[in-house]
Design a protein around this ligand. Structure first.
Ligand SMILES: Cc1ncc(COP(=O)(O)O)c(C=O)c1O
Length: 327
């Protein structure tokens, strides 16, 4: 799949697929599995490592000398982009929506350590930074540089295809274990990961329900973004073939908003950790974990139906939530 595309090897692949035995037993799922993209390796792992392999491949093809991207102050995407640029020898500029904190922690601390140039925009959020990205790119061009703009979360066709390939990786691993998943749950922000998985399932002709647990926008907005990205992928990569995607998004778990910790998320972090030693993150996988537990306990998942929880990483953000350490 997509073998001829330029690619920078950044991730340790395949990531492990293993059972979540204790959690599965406690919530009545006999066939609960976890796909460990928190173990992609790149600067503490996460889902962006896969996308960045193709994004940087494309940047090199375009002879870029500087990568510019955007995110929140605790963006996992920005941290992994900084690491990818360090490996590839590219300059990295991160435009961060939010105030510069007096002390750097979590992902921000790592951004600095990885040598990225940081610019803070106190009055902007990840959703409004696109204009700033365009402005900075134009200024760099005026200085004779050749910048490459990466949107928030690397939500672009060349990023999404990485998750089509990841779906093939999962299929091979699952078959070796003697099953095929009926259902996948994945935390969803910009939607690129979900779009890629849906494209992969289509290309492999897999009958699997893929549920994006939204942490950012309502279901309709997220579905529209995912559908539009899938259309762009179909246009750019004819080998995908035209199809009408069935995009399932659950926005029940956004709670008070992006990055806001709830009691439910605390419970889900605790259950994964105490039962199977799995560390989730407070922004993305904590909410997807909560969705999994609630769906199982509500009886929405048949007990013998193979279910994969796709861990997308994000743990460095834990250190930016000191309230998690209080009794
Ligand atoms: C840990 C983690 N999980 C999930 C996501 C969501 O991925 P996507 O933006 O492709 O929907 C992100 C995005 O930043 C993330 O950092």
């Amino acid at each position: 799949m997509f073998d001829s595309l330029p690619r920078e090897r950044l991730a340790f692949l395949p990531t492990p697929l293993h059972r979540l035995k204790n959690l599965g037993n406690s919530i009545g799922l006999e066939e609960l599995w976890i796909k460990r993209d928190d173990q992609t390796g790149l600067s503490l792992g996460g889902n962006k490592a896969r996308k960045l392999e193709f994004v940087l491949g494309d940047a090199r093809k375009n002879r870029a000398d500087t990568i510019v991207t955007v995110g929140g102050v605790q963006s996992n995407h920005c941290r992994q982009t900084a690491a990818a640029c360090a490996i590839a020898g590219l300059r990295c500029i991160l435009l961060l929506g939010g105030k510069e904190p007096p002390n750097y922690t979590g992902n921000l601390l790592l951004d600095k350590l990885l040598g990225a140039e940081l610019k803070f925009y106190p009055d902007e959020s990840v959703l409004t930074l696109k204009t700033r990205l365009d402005e900075v790119v134009e200024t760099l061009k005026d200085f004779g540089l050749n910048p490459y703009a990466v949107p928030a979360g690397a939500e672009m066709p060349v990023g999404a295809i990485a998750y089509a390939i990841a779906m093939e990786e999962l299929q091979v691993q699952a078959q070796k274990e003697g099953f095929l998943p009926d259902r996948i749950l994945v935390a969803t922000g910009t939607g690129g990961t979900l779009a890629g998985l849906i494209i992969g399932a289509h290309m492999l002709d897999l009958n699997v329900e893929i549920v994006g647990v939204s942490v950012l926008s309502d279901a309709e907005t997220t579905r529209d973004r995912v559908c539009s990205l899938i259309s762009r992928v179909i246009d750019e990569y004819p080998e995908v073939g035209s199809f009408k995607p069935n995009v399932l998004v659950d926005d029940t778990y956004i709670g008070e908003g992006y990055g806001v910790l709830s009691d439910g998320v605390r419970t889900s972090l605790g259950m994964f950790a105490k039962m199977d030693g799995i560390i989730l993150d407070p922004v993305y996988t904590g909410k997807a974990g909560l969705a999994l537990v609630r769906m199982a306990l509500n009886g929405d998942i048949p007990s013998d139906s193979p279910t994969v929880f796709w861990h997308t990483g994000g743990q460095p953000a834990l250190y930016a939530y000191p309230e998690l350490g209080t009794a």
